[in-house]
Design a protein around this ligand. Structure first.
Ligand code: NAP
Ligand code: MG
Length: 489
């Protein structure tokens, strides 16, 4: 395939133009497959966030976007999606270089999903109706959705462009102005996206990108007195901080999409174990396990456990680790050295607590300078072990056996998280019983899945709070309801 040369945009995108940070400061971004620096990115801080927010508010009040007709907003967002598609290969290369994601995933999943997300919200925005209350004849009660105003989005590094799209598409479709703070490790694709948005006709100020560190740029957005809502995706630990930022500033609406420790429950009557093994590895290893819905706890009925483990061991070879730009690679490097060390630390903790490594278990491809780890499967895990309790965010699956359905449900729910779950059974009653019993925002039956763009996505318990990404439900994050009560005389 022809290799498009990626364009590195390294300045903040504010009010329709690229500009360095007010302080002039920059921070490096590296290629995690080599450990080499790719570029130096403008380090936005309080002042840059403030300039971006003021531009966003100006645009919102002027109505250049917020008061455009739905049909016009739709046309511009569709043109934007077309431009993303025309530049898909370049965006895939950028994502792969900056985040270490396998190029095949970028080409087949991240970039197509990003484009689909913009198209879906563009198409949805002129088909959502408001409501009229069931009043008596002496009144008319209108329940109207209005865009919320200036929205902030603070994003993680694991699906840089897709997460930007999950926030930006519904926020812009609803008529808001939006400022994105990408993860410091992966700013490049989001900056390029903003440039394409401007080219498609999104007016100045409506979509800003302020790259920078979490404690500075992220916190500044969280504490800004003129940001009306902030949609966060990242760790539960940082998610908590945004609730504090909001409570200590202007009570901006906060939506949190946080971590997970998702169970994969395999009942004794699970369908075709070859198929199940493929799905189990996909759930655990997809995106290097750097995935909020990573199926990191394999809860398996003792009657099929040995056979399933044998299949996992042989099928692990279907997950080659290597250069992310090689189309055959399915597992790229961990995002950065400290994260590699964290994942290796969990593997060591698993061994120390008595779990048994049946696949992988070590660092690999060290001479590349990249942060590679072998995809790893543990057997003999107890749900109280550290590897079963904490989010590892690497390609590590912990196998926990069970004997009864009640036991399986108890183990699945014995976690502070509740983002996703999958379950495997050929019995319809069992499937629905478990789907009801498992406390998670998305429960997949007989596959690993996060649903699609039509279905809402978010977590129970400490996986999330305040709203949902995807589906028509995402509009609730970015709109507020106004009642207009008309007295008829
Ligand atoms: P993270 O460390 O929580 O960072 C997320 C974002 O918050 C980054 O932009 C980060 O900036 C910023 N941030 C960090 N410290 C901050 C602070 N003190 N104040 C304000 N902002 C701050 O998460 P991550 O490591 O990038 O991503 C992995 C996590 O995201 C995992 O827990 C994963 O489960 C979760 N995730 C959840 C979903 C979902 O939909 N539920 C989807 C994807 C990922 P820096 O980049 O400078 O640190
Ligand atoms: Mg990078």
């Amino acid at each position: 395939m022809a290799v498009a040369t990626p364009t590195f945009r390294t300045d903040a995108f504010i009010d329709g133009t690229f500009r360095p940070a007010a302080s002039g400061a920059r921070f490096p971004t590296e290629n995690p497959a080599t450990g080499q620096q790719l570029a130096e990115i403008a380090a936005g801080d309080i002042e840059d966030v403030d300039v971006a927010v003021r531009a966003a508010r100006r645009a919102f009040n002027a109505g250049t976007w917020s008061k455009r007709s739905p049909t016009e907003r739709k046309q511009i967002l569709l043109a934007f999606a077309d431009l993303l598609e025309a530049n898909a290969e370049e965006l895939a290369q950028l994502e792969s270089l900056d985040a270490g994601k396998p190029i095949t995933d970028c080409r087949d999943v991240d970039i197509p999903e990003t484009i689909r997300t913009f198209r879906w919200y563009a198409e949805a925005l002129d088909k959502v109706f408001d409501a009229v209350a069931p009043t008596g004849h002496d009144a008319l009660g209108l329940i109207i959705r209005e865009p919320i105003g200036v929205v902030g989005a603070v994003l993680p590094w694991n699906f840089p462009l897709m997460m930007a799209a999950w926030k930006a598409a519904p926020a812009l479709a609803a008529g808001n102005s939006l400022i994105i703070k990408p993860a410091e490790l992966t700013s490049l694709s989001t900056l390029r996206m903003a440039e394409l948005a401007a080219e498609a006709g999104i007016p100045d100020g409506v979509l800003g990108v302020v790259p920078g560190l979490g404690e500075t740029a992220g916190q500044a957005l969280g504490r800004h007195m003129d940001v009306d809502a902030l949609s966060f995706t990242g760790s539960t630990e940082v998610g908590r901080m945004f609730l504090r930022y909001s409570s200590e500033s202007n009570l901006k609406e906060i939506v949190l999409e946080c971590g997970g420790k998702s169970p994969q429950v395999i009942m004794g009557d699970a369908p075709d174990l070859d198929y199940v093994a493929d799905q189990v590895l996909f759930a655990g290893f997809m995106n290097m396990g750097e995935n909020c819905t990573c199926g990191s706890r394999l809860i398996v009925h003792r009657s099929v456990r040995d056979e399933l483990i044998d299949k996992l061991v042989s099928k692990a070879a279907d997950w080659p680790v290597g250069d992310p730009l090689d189309p055959a690679t399915r597992i790229g490097p961990m995002i950065e050295r400290p994260h590699l060390d964290k994942v290796l630390g969990y593997i060591a903790a698993g061994r120390a607590e008595g779990a048994r490594v049946v696949v992988g278990g070590g660092r690999t491809l060290e001479s590349s300078g990249g942060h590679f780890v072998e995809p790893t499967v543990f057997d003999d895990v107890d749900n109280s072990m550290k590897i079963a309790r904490e989010e590892i965010f690497g390609p590590v699956i912990s196998t926990i056996p069970f004997d009864t359905e009640d036991e399986a449900i108890a183990i699945a729910n014995e976690t502070s998280y509740g983002l996703a779950a999958s379950l495997y059974t050929t019995d319809l009653d069992t499937a629905f019983r478990l789907a009801r019993a498992i406390k998670a925002g998305t429960v997949s039956v007989n596959s690993y899945s996060e649903g699609d763009i039509t279905t809402p996505f978010g977590g129970f318990k400490q996986s999330g709070f305040g709203g949902r990404d995807k589906g028509l439900e995402a509009f609730d994050q970015y709109t507020q309801k106004k009642t207009v009560w008309v007295t008829l005389r």
